[in-house]
Design a protein around this ligand. Structure first.
Ligand code: NI
Length: 172
């Protein structure tokens, strides 16, 4: 297993839709293991393959609770697709490993049904609610080239973009 580099905004790869996985092979298994390790190292609630520079429709989700010394738990989904969504959930302080040092409130669906392949390539259907539904919506957005800042008003999004531009100028 290896910890991979996480790419950040404004890397253009983050805006590119990821490709469907057609063969769940050993290479994909290694990638999934590395993505999980990278997510726990960061740490984050979820991670999409595109965030480690791989343009494939794969996500990993952290399901570890808040208890100290709790064993790490997680799952991976390949080619996930939201087939049903309803309700409203206001996701407060949503953040993203690829959008560092910025958090915002995002309006999400409160319930989603997701169809995908599990890491062995077997079809699965999952129903998620609340915070867990938010993670799935956020990660599946990544596979479609969408960042959580794309859900904000133009004004709020531009505040972040201006901040990043200033930081880039400073470090240039
Ligand atoms: Ni993210």
């Amino acid at each position: 297993m290896a910890i991979l580099d996480i790419i950040t905004y404004p890397d253009p790869l983050l805006l590119k839709p990821s490709e469907t996985v057609t063969d769940v092979n050993d290479e994909i298994q290694t990638l999934i293991e590395d993505m999980a390790e990278t997510m726990f190292d960061a740490p984050g609630s979820g991670l999409a393959a595109v965030q480690v520079g791989v343009n494939k429709r794969i996500i990993v989700v952290n399901t570890t609770g808040n208890l100290e010394n709790e064993e790490k738990s997680w799952y991976a989904l390949i080619n996930p697709e939201i087939v049903e969504k309803d309700g409203v959930y206001v996701s407060e302080e949503e953040g993203c490993l690829s959008v560092p040092e910025f958090r915002a409130t995002v309006k999400r669906a409160s319930r989603v049904v997701v169809k995908a392949l599990d890491r062995k390539g077997e079809p699965v259907t999952m129903e998620l609610n609340g915070f867990h539904a938010v993670i799935l919506q956020h990660e599946i957005d990544h596979l479609n080239g969408i960042l959580f800042i794309d859900h904000l008003s133009v004004l709020k999004r531009n505040l972040y973009k201006t901040k990043v531009k200033k930081q880039m100028k400073k470090s240039a």
